[in-house]
Design a protein around this ligand. Structure first.
Ligand code: NAP
Length: 545
């Protein structure tokens, strides 16, 4: 088998992988990126279900920050860009920076193994190519391994069975079809109203009712884009600024004063105003107690429950839709007419807590109360989040140790970037990083810059390998969890805790510090990479065969 040699291999050509490729190439290193999709775009290629769009403001938050030209030349059409627009943006970036020449698409990396004698990684593609690189960057996506539910009989279903996270390339017509949707997270909440507009009938199979806030998406006015460009430096600085000391968690929202400074009536007026404005501002501009104080959280939760009762006409359906967890402790969701959809004659809600699925048959879904005839089944069942794609790759580190074994009971890592016994392997948006609770493109840039600084230092100092100590991993685990324990997050089952995947270790895997996290990892580098072990260069590894 022929072996190709590079300085850096990047797995994934989504938002993170593309930036890693660009950044390392700019440093003068040889880089090759691989992705199994037929185009760049990662999550924005795979999640093409109806209604998919970003839920933060697209300009400036959902975009790269590294190129001022990009900010100047890309016009986002809406406040919350649709999937097709985000995909077009990512493809534009790949063209604009001539990234395609170093990307191999439709290529699955099926094995990755570290060789201690050469201090290099060898990866193998499904096409039978072997690639050797000193550094392996895993930009494999935090939400990219679909959770395929293990429901009895699901393989016997005769119609199309589509997962929102791996949506087919060709258009799907729901016209005249009876559609079943399993799952009511962000993907279900976005897709159900769109599918219901077209389908003959939609049956929603809901396990956990969800809070959702009106998205209030709208076209972006040219003046708004202009304002972003004019104020760019200030905006960027704001995105990177850690929260003030009295709000140590980035996820702690900031209306500017405590909920207890206001009367219950004043608080109600605040919630009403935030609901009218909609968007994720409902969280970001709420009281600082929202995600850390049970009493205030329950008040906000009750406010949204009241909205559900106002919107949903049938009281029995409204009862089924009533969420009972702390608002915001599952990923907040935005919608465009989700609760209203249950007022349609062609939509039925099945509460799986009362009426569980017994099996999927060739022609429908049978719950305890009877059979629901279905032509197309949509699985909006989410992902084996944060760790699933790394485990699917299952790299083999020093002495052949497998990541699956290493992570069998806890996802040990240091700074969310590296794992002990896996030298020279770096993760972007790995467990222990802020991931989706920060700005994904900017987070990827900042993590990549940290990795690249580390690699540059190694080269300058003649180092061949780096890995964290296990003690540093244990301390990091305690640090990430200590932050989470100050909040209501760990008290809810969610993909943040791994509770959505049967058998997955319960481990809160998101760093809730936002920009604080990036200051923390910068400090580790500035102070001499405490917690890391560096090894002198053993071989150039440049031999070819
Ligand atoms: P999700 O939030 O994990 O929701 C999955 C849904 O499927 C939940 O309602 C879950 O119920 C249900 N489910 C899973 N397995 C099931 C089973 N065996 N039987 C019945 N129900 C089952 O997944 P998602 O909606 O794809 O969203 C994942 C994340 O992706 C989001 O939180 C967000 O970060 C990101 N996302 C973002 C956007 C956006 O920016 N606009 C859009 C889509 C997704 P339980 O709650 O009971 O587990």
């Amino acid at each position: 088998m022929r072996t190709e040699h590079y300085d850096v291999v990047v797995i994934g050509a989504g938002v993170s992988g593309l930036y890693a490729l660009h950044h390392f190439r700019e440093l003068g290193m040889s880089v090759r990126a691989y992705d199994d999709a037929p185009t760049v775009g990662g999550t924005w290629w795979h999640n093409r279900y109806p209604g998919a769009r970003v839920d933060g403001p697209s300009a400036p938050l959902y975009g790269y920050t590294f190129s001022r030209e990009l900010i100047e030349e890309w016009d986002w059409p809406e406040t919350q860009a649709a999937q097709s627009d985000v995909l077009a943006y990512v493809q534009h970036v790949a063209d604009r920076f001539d990234l395609h020449r170093d990307i191999q698409l439709e290529t699955w990396i099926q094995a990755a193994r570290y060789d201690e004698s050469t201090q290099r990684w060898t990866v193998e593609t499904d096409g039978g190519t072997r690639i050797s690189a000193q550094f392996l960057i895993c930009a494999v996506g935090a939400l990219s391994t679909p959770n395929e539910p293990d429901i009895p009989g699901i393989d016997t279903f005769a119609g199309a069975c589509l997962h929102t996270g791996s949506w087919p390339e060709e258009p799907v017509s729901f016209a005249g079809k009876r559609v079943g949707v399993i799952g009511t997270g962000s993907s279900g909440v976005q897709s159900i109203p769109e599918i219901a507009k077209e389908a003959e009938h939609v049956t929603v199979f809901q396990r956990t009712p969800q809070y959702t806030i009106p998205a209030r998406n709208r076209p972006l006015e040219p003046e708004e884009l202009e304002a972003v460009r004019t104020n760019w430096d200030k905006l960027l600085e704001g995105m990177k600024r850690p929260p003030p000391p009295d709000r140590p968690l980035a996820i702690q929202p900031g209306i500017g004063h405590s909920a207890y400074d206001d009367t219950p009536e004043e608080r109600r007026a605040v919630y009403e105003k935030l609901w009218e404005i909609g968007t994720l501002g409902f969280v970001a501009n709420n009281y600082p107690e929202l995600l850390v104080n049970e009493e205030i959280n329950l008040e906000v939760s009750a406010f949204i429950q009241g909205k559900i009762r106002e919107i949903v006409e049938d009281p029995e359906t409204a009862d089924k839709l009533m969420p009972d967890h702390f608002y915001g402790t599952k990923r907040p969701i935005l919608d465009d007419g989700y609760y209203e959809t249950y007022n349609r004659d062609n939509v039925t809600l099945v509460d799986l807590r009362q009426d569980p699925i017994e099996e999927v048959t060739a022609t429908g879904v049978r719950t305890a109360s009877g059979e629901h005839p279905i032509d197309i089944l949509v699985l909006a069942t989410g992902f084996d989040a944060i760790t699933g794609s790394m485990l699917r790759l299952d790299p083999k580190g020093r002495g052949g140790v497998s990541l699956k074994d290493k992570w069998s009971s806890r996802f040990h890592n240091y700074l969310g970037l590296m794992v002990s016994e896996f030298p020279n392997l770096f993760m972007i948006h790995g467990p222990g990083t802020p991931g989706v609770l920060y700005l994904m493109p900017l987070g990827a840039e900042l993590e990549t810059q940290w990795i690249a600084d580390c690699v540059t230092r190694m080269r300058e100092q003649g180092m061949g390998a780096v890995e964290p100590t296990h003690d540093a991993e244990l301390a990091w685990d305690r640090e990430v969890n200590a932050i989470a324990e100050k909040t209501l997050f760990p008290r809810t089952d969610s993909w943040y805790t791994g509770a959505n995947i049967p058998g997955k270790p319960r481990h809160f895997s998101v760093h809730l510090g936002g920009p604080t996290y990036f200051h923390r990892i910068a400090a580790v580098a500035d102070e001499g990479y405490e917690g890391f072990m560096f090894e002198g260069e053993r071989s150039t590894g440049a031999a070819s065969d």
